[in-house]
Design a protein around this ligand. Structure first.
Ligand code: HEC
Length: 159
């Protein structure tokens, strides 16, 4: 026989509790899937670290305003591609965080390029820690407009 105590008023708190637990588990899962906590262009400290690392490791090829090498869309005499811009004029923002992280850590190797692909982009996994790579990405993203940032964030979430 149904009593008041088994009605919605007793069930709702439990349901809400379950939803909170699920939401927390989801947030933890995202943290786990994005090692090092990800790249946040609004985190001034992370962006500053990234700027310093960029000046040390990346500026020689991708250049000071992130504009990439001149004629970056045209193959070099060596048959390889020049360094592309990381600002909005390039295609870095077309890729989700996970892909950009992988390229910086491992270089242009599968699954980010065909097997045997020849590239001048070095792999930085030996020199940079995961959190340094995330800082570099935060710095790069801080050059994008809010609209592009939001678009790329969506890509990252859906990856
Ligand atoms: C020796 C030159 C060189 C240095 C140094 C270098 N890159 Fe690159 N990078 C390249 C080239 C060349 C490409 C294009 C690769 C290709 O298509 O073959 C590239 C591509 C990339 C891409 C893919 C971009 C896209 O739009 O698809 C990312 C991300 C990237 N570099 C980040 C970095 C970061 C971060 C650093 C510093 C830690 C760095 N690179 C240092 C030459 C360099």
């Amino acid at each position: 026989m149904a009593t008041l105590s088994s009605g919605p008023s007793r069930f709702m708190p439990r349901l809400l509790g379950m939803l909170v637990v699920l939401a927390l588990a989801g947030a933890l899962l995202v943290q786990w899937l994005v090692p090092g906590g990800g790249a946040d262009p609004d985190n001034a400290a992370q962006v500053a670290t990234g700027r310093q690392l960029y000046g040390q490791y990346c500026v020689a090829c991708h250049l000071g305003r992130l504009q990439g090498q001149p004629n970056w869309e045209k193959r070099l005499p060596s048959g390889r591609m020049p360094a592309p811009p990381h600002d909005e004029s390039g295609h870095t923002w077309h890729h989700p965080d996970q892909v950009l992280f992988g390229i910086i850590r491992d270089g242009m190797v599968p699954p980010h390029a065909p097997a045997g692909y020849q590239s001048d982009m070095p792999a930085f996994g030996e020199q940079l820690k995961d959190e340094q790579i995330w800082a570099l990405l935060a710095f790069i993203k801080s050059h994008w407009s809010p609209k592009i940032q939001a678009w790329q964030e969506d890509k990252t979430r859906q990856y």
